[in-house]
Write a protein that binds this ligand. Structure first.
Ligand SMILES: O=P(O)(O)O[C@@H]1C[C@H](O)[C@@H](CO)O1
Ligand code: GUN
Length: 297
């Protein structure tokens, strides 16, 4: 039952019976980004604990609440909190809210996250508009699409070359406030919950990733499987470790990696995300009319 079509359909029916208007657009808030829901007017709020079959949020900065209201003129659902593989949830549980919202009639999904910068051009407070992703858990067999395929969600072999909608991406880049220094790039999703080692960061950079995080990729795969349009936004909250460890290894007398930057921590991630959310809220409002347009891809 966990994460099955029937579980998602029951959750969707429960919500439909209580909503003034079913949402057409949905937004998933990353760590510390729950304030994005403050842009909704006429909000109705539901604790995940009350929605049938919804998992529980266990991570600080993820309130565990679904808020449905109007973003601009269009009906929109905001998930204040998501589920991660490192919490012990299965890939199907992680994407259960996305599939539930698809069954409610959502056609466009905005995935936000807090991420570490791998690319030297990115710094805390900057926005990476996701052009493409590397789904490391998925490549290792932990995709929500593994297992018997339920055709009511989508096809056995969905394409992912068009994972992130190019028109929405261009629009986000054009409308982002200058404070966000928005640029397109590649997000790599890892399993977590430990932050990356120096060597892992070096590997991820060589794979072509610009930012690293512990979410988003499973949700994007499930969303495309259901035919949703996806916009992915990574708010950079910290620099992932750089490339400076060789010198220490060789006994070169350098300051060494520990001196280069403080190691990442969740408190720092939350603080930077809350700061950046102010500007992200403006971007969402500007995007609202175009998010509301359109049907499933
Ligand atoms: O849900 P997101 O991807 O925004 O959360 C990031 C990844 C980890 O859950 C946490 C690490 O600080 O923030
Ligand atoms: N994996 C990972 N996730 C993050 N989320 C926010 N910052 C980071 C980071 O540096 N690494």
């Amino acid at each position: 039952m966990e994460g099955s079509y029937e579980a998602c359909a029951e959750a969707a029916a429960w919500l439909r019976a209580r909503l003034q208007e079913p949402p057409r657009v949905a937004l998933v808030c990353g760590s510390g980004l729950g304030a994005l829901a403050q842009e909704l007017t006429d909000p109705q709020s539901f604790d995940y604990a009350d929605i049938p079959h919804f998992p529980r949020s266990t991570v600080q900065g993820h309130a565990g609440r679904l808020v449905v209201g109007r973003l601009g003129a269009g009906p929109c659902a905001v998930l204040q909190g998501r589920f991660h593989l490192y919490e012990g949830y299965s890939p199907a549980q992680v994407v259960m809210p996305v599939r539930t919202l698809a069954l409610l009639g959502v056609h466009t999904l905005v995935l936000t996250n807090a991420a570490g910068a791998l690319s030297p051009g990115l710094a805390p407070g900057h926005l990476l508009v996701i052009r493409d992703h590397i789904d490391l858990p998925g490549l290792a067999g932990r995709s929500p699409l593994v297992g018997p395929n339920d055709e009511r969600f989508g096809p056995r072999f969905p394409a992912m070359t068009d994972g992130y909608d190019p028109a929405l991406r261009r629009l986000a880049l054009a409308l982002a406030p200058p404070e966000l220094h928005a640029r397109p790039g590649v997000y790599v999703g890892v399993g977590g919950p430990s932050y990356e080692t120096w060597a892992e960061c070096r590997l991820l950079r060589r794979l072509g990733a610009d930012a690293v995080g512990m979410s988003t990729v499973s949700e994007a795969a499930a969303a495309r499987h259901c035919g949703l349009r996806v916009l992915g936004l990574s708010l950079i909250t910290n620099a992932a470790p750089g490339d400076a460890d060789e010198e220490e290894e060789e006994g070169g007398g350098g300051a060494g990696p520990a001196a280069e930057a403080a190691p990442p921590g969740h408190e720092e991630v939350l603080a930077a995300a809350q700061e950046g959310a102010r500007h992200l809220r403006r971007l969402l409002l500007a995007l609202a009319p175009r998010l509301a347009e359109g049907a499933r891809a």
